[in-house]
Design a protein around this ligand. Sequence first.
Ligand code: SF4
Ligand code: SF4
Length: 177
Amino acid sequence: MRYAMVIDTKKCVGCSDCVVACQNENRVPIGYCRDWVIEHAKGTFPNVSIELRSERCNHCENSPCVRCCPTGASHYEEGGLVKVTRHECIGCGACVQSCPYDARYSHPDGFVDKCTFCHHRLQEGKLPSCVSVCPTECMYFGDLDDKESKVYQLLQNRDWKVLAPEVGTKPHVYYLI
Ligand code: SF4
Ligand code: SF4
């Protein structure tokens, strides 16, 4: 089992419903976020296009945040999920500094928080909240080890990229381009 998210940048309209859904689902404090949407301009005038992209923790296979955590609070779980055990986190912020994607934030209650791919929902057989509300259905979630899964099929049949591949983290959020 290897969880992955595949996001179709051609279908994203930048509505940020994914961000609002995540904030509600995970009780993210006002002013913080576990996911966000960016606009990335590509090309040079007059051949310019805008890529809209919903970003979050990439649940990296080779994650510096897990490596640097002094208490083991940051750890891997089933399917390669990267999670933080709140009561083991001392809030030192080493993981926040180590993440090349700026995917973590220091919660006002003293621990570090980030996207969990809505692990609590997965355990109930549901999709992550962001995936379930996207009005254009541009986000897909599943098991990359399952060759019948939509995520596996999409990566076989479309061009894709991961963010900052040069840093060697082996992200598990993929963007169709
Ligand atoms: Fe860790 Fe950042 Fe990778 Fe998430 S995106 S697993 S926080 S290094
Ligand atoms: Fe580990 Fe918490 Fe320190 Fe992050 S802030 S490195 S999760 S103890």
